[in-house]
Design a binder for this molecule. Structure first.
Ligand code: 9PG
Length: 558
């Protein structure tokens, strides 16, 4: 009998144990030498929006543009690495179709392919508390023991994942068993242009939850746009009746009230930034760590080991609970896991988990959906994870594909690609593919593209939409209703193919990364990327975008 693929690997590690499923090896740095040159590599994105995909090894993935977005779209530590690499786990496909997989059992770990060798390592920070700090941090039980362990396996992808997820579940825990909610979310029609009257009109047009005409959304989720500022989580002047009043009105339609927050972020114009600079994440030189750029502003992160910041976070969650919100979409959570110097010296993903645990505990029985979140570090501490970038009313764009080479930007193709490659997480956590569209107004997606999104929602068993009832035709409304009510039987029939109820769907090659741009396109892209790194210009784009949105919504009243 020829030796199995696992036997053909030369592995350098401190310790190695054979199990039925593969190898358990120990080492802060583990090198796997492959018998042949691989053809494809599995990129594992750090957070919800990061690139997660199988990519041909001869198709280099260049650093995304603009670089000011690196902290919010990739793991900034590795954002400029051009060799195939990814967070916590990685895999290669050999010419004969066999897979070699290496996955960490702990956090702060990374995998990289260099020629024929696959290397996995743990980031080299020691776990010890700052003796000068008296902070009481709930370390026990929150983070997995950092024993520098890895799971190595070969063979068929889904079988490998099944074993890996079982081990991860033991290390990180599992989400609570609860039925997935069907969610109406305000973001993908109204964006930040929301106000109480317009949301109440939509709520009324959705109809009562359990009436024959009503659309059976279990949750009505208010997204970005209700707050005074990112960091000042009080209702702004567009919600003058108060968030508690709105929650009560949502409840009286038979639905749960849901609310979006980005609790770990602050912008310079917020009061937390002005009054509590010491709560923010700093680097070793005492400068603030950038958490990216959005809303025309620089973003900063809370230090989730700072006791006062943790108290503030806990009180914030209790406040939204007391307003009546039973579903929280906590967004931009990667901010808590950025590299930096913390009040309590601990590895960055462990620090993030401490923060998430505090948020989770304060939310009590409320459902917690994490978004823009480091994937593995969220497992066990939330009910659902957004597993891809944002969808949009379009499939993709020349700007994002060719000029910016940005695979984390909003767009249905980017979203489906990452979602497809994260489905293996399903045994441990609800997987959110983002919303599906049914409308034909204010959209350039084709029927087939919308149908791929709808099928993905059924596959994920996570159904959400942002369609405005007044924008839907009678038949679109009834298709949305059927989508919400039906639970088609789903089975995976191939690497990218599924049977969803009566029909089959192939996500296949339509989700491949676009070809690399040629010289002149790349040059244009470099200029655009440079411009996009100028805050003043980004501010201007943001203003123009808002104006355009308002005009569009005036022409398409809710
Ligand atoms: C609200 C939105 C919605 C959405 C979230 C998140 O890379 N980016 O620039 C980027 C910006 C925003 C974003 C995702 C990525 O969207 O995913 O559902 O809640 O925030 O602001």
């Amino acid at each position: 009998m020829p030796p199995s693929l696992l036997d053909q690997l030369t592995i350098s590690a401190e310790k190695s144990t054979r199990t039925k499923a593969g190898l358990l090896v120990t080492g802060s740095r583990v090198v796997v030498n492959l018998p042949t040159t691989p053809v494809r590599y599995l990129y594992s994105g750090w957070q919800s929006w990061s690139l997660t995909a199988w990519v041909n090894v001869d198709r280099p993935v260049r650093p995304m543009r603009p670089s000011c977005m690196h902290p919010m779209q990739a793991d900034p530590v590795y954002a400029r690495e051009t060799r195939p690499n990814g967070s916590w786990y990685g895999a290669v496909e050999l010419p004969d179709g066999q897979i070699v997989f290496i996955g960490a059992l702990g956090l702060e770990s990374h995998v990289l392919l260099d020629g024929n060798s696959l290397t996995g390592w743990y980031e080299g920070q020691e776990v010890h508390n700052n003796p000068e700090s008296s902070a009481a941090i709930p370390v026990g039980g929150v983070s997995p023991a950092s024993s520098k362990e890895w799971f190595i396996a070969t063979g068929e992808e889904d079988e490998i994942y099944a074993h890996y997820i079982e081990i991860l579940g033991k290390q990180l825990g599992k989400g609570r068993e609860r039925p997935t909610a069907r969610v109406w979310c305000s973001w993908y029609s109204l964006y930040t242009d929301i106000h109480q009257e317009q949301l109440l009109k939509i709520l009324s047009d959705l109809g009562p939850f359990d009436s024959p005409q009503g659309l059976p959304f279990d949750v009505f989720q208010v997204d970005d746009g209700w707050q005074v500022n990112v960091g000042d989580w009080e209702p702004n002047e567009k919600f003058s009746s108060g968030m508690d009043r709105l929650a009560a009105q949502i409840k009286s339609s038979g639905r749960k009230a849901g609310l979006w927050l980005a609790p770990l972020l602050v912008v310079p114009s917020s009061s937390v930034y002005r009054n509590h600079r010491d709560w923010l994440l700093h680097d070793n030189h005492g400068a603030l760590v950038s958490a990216g750029f959005n809303w025309g502003q620089q973003l900063y992160a809370l230090d989730t080991t700072h006791p006062a910041a943790l108290d503030w976070l806990s009180n914030l969650m209790k406040r939204i609970r007391s307003w009546g919100y039973e579903y929280a979409k906590l967004d931009f959570l990667y901010a808590g896991a950025l590299p930096g110097k913390r009040t309590v010296n601990m590895p960055r993903e462990a620090a993030f988990r401490n923060g998430l645990k505090v948020l989770r505990d304060a939310l009590g029985e409320a459902t917690l959906l994490t978004c823009g979140t480091p994937i593995l570090p969220s497992i066990g501490l939330c009910d659902g994870i957004r597993i891809g970038p944002d969808v949009a009313e379009y499939w993709t764009s020349h700007r994002d594909d060719d000029l910016l080479m940005n695979s984390a930007a909003p767009g249905v193709r980017n979203a489906l690609r990452a979602t497809l490659n994260h489905l293996w997480l399903q045994p441990l956590v609800q997987t959110d593919p983002d919303v599906a569209y049914f409308r034909s107004r204010q959209i350039t997606l084709t029927r087939e593209e919308k149908s791929l999104l709808q099928d993905m929602a059924q596959i994920c068993n996570f159904k959400a939409s942002s369609d405005i009832p007044a924008w839907l035709t009678t038949s679109e409304r009834s298709a949305l209703r059927t989508f919400l009510e039906n639970h088609p039987r789903v089975s995976k029939t191939g690497r990218t193919t599924f049977q969803v109820g009566q029909h089959s769907v192939d996500f296949g090659s339509s989700l491949d990364l676009p070809p690399l741009p040629g010289f002149f396109t790349n040059l244009q892209g470099a200029i655009l990327g440079w411009l996009a790194n100028r805050p003043a210009l980004m501010k201007l784009f943001n203003k123009m975008g808002k104006r355009l949105l308002r005009r569009r919504l005036r022409k398409n009243p809710v």
